[in-house]
Design a protein around this ligand. Sequence first.
Ligand SMILES: [Fe+2]
Length: 350
Amino acid sequence: MAVSVSGKSDQRDIHAIRQAYYDRISTRDMAPLWEVMKDLVPREPVTACVPAIWHFAEVRPLVEEAGTLITAKEAERRVLVLENPAMRGKSRITQSLYAGLQLIMPGEIAPAHRHTASAIRLVIEGEGAYTAVEGEKTLMKPGDFVITANWSAHDHGNTSPQPMIWLDVLDVPTVNFFEAAFSEHLDSEMQNTAREDGDSLARYGSGVLPDGTEPMQRTPIVNYPYARMRPILERLKRAGDIDSRHGARIRYVNPLTGGWATPTMGAHLSLLPQGFKGAPARSTDGSIFVCVEGSGATKVDNQMLEWSPGDVFVVPPWKRHEHHATKESVLFGISDRPAQELLGIWREER
Ligand SMILES: [Fe+2]
């Protein structure tokens, strides 16, 4: 049937006719693309995520209180999830990444398990708890970047006298988006740890590789200790290798390929000299930052997120942001950039 669309009453008619048609096709589980096309294919990235910051001084007592409510064994992992304020109830800080603050008290064990999702830890407070991954038991210190890659068995334990808190970031929402998640509890709480602490860093992170090493999609290094990374930032700073947006920045790599540490999550460590006023940057990956040292603020659009050590904040995808440092500062940052690069969709504004 040909329909005229001229005139006001005709306009009303066409809307009614179209709606009746949409209702009919809806009974067959079909819908008109032209009604949703603008939302499906936006002119530029649209995010449901908002900028947010969790100040460590404010949330630390709440994290510690969880230690009185539930044991690590009972909880399996005693973690407070950092939920993006615009996506409450979805256990995520960005659409693709989960983040949480994990507490492990002296003497506790978080039992061995494995899952399809990859996890990273960035140690915020405490020293001496361990993560055991694939037979290597690594003792963790503040600023250490620890990886438990896809399907690798891992357990944590705290043999130190103090509580320990770290940031967990996992690609859980990404894996769940694909509906590809598996997990498994292992029979023993703790793995056999035949390899000494630092084994994987010595083997793979020293400019050499054990002969015959085959490339892997993700790094074989379990812990990138802050004590090894910090002096590298200092060298970059002394040499003046300071990016106008990101400061003196290093990228955590998979030494077997030069690629990112994991295929889904990529991390950086940046030194911002005292008084640094970063140029605006934006990219399609939303980033989670942790202030490891110093103090300053990150301007996201017109919002200022003021940070000091232990604070965790999130910059949504494609939001312009600028880092300002009042003291010499070190920021850890992590995002889904590797996944976007593999899919060919990552972009940045330069
Ligand atoms: Fe886990």
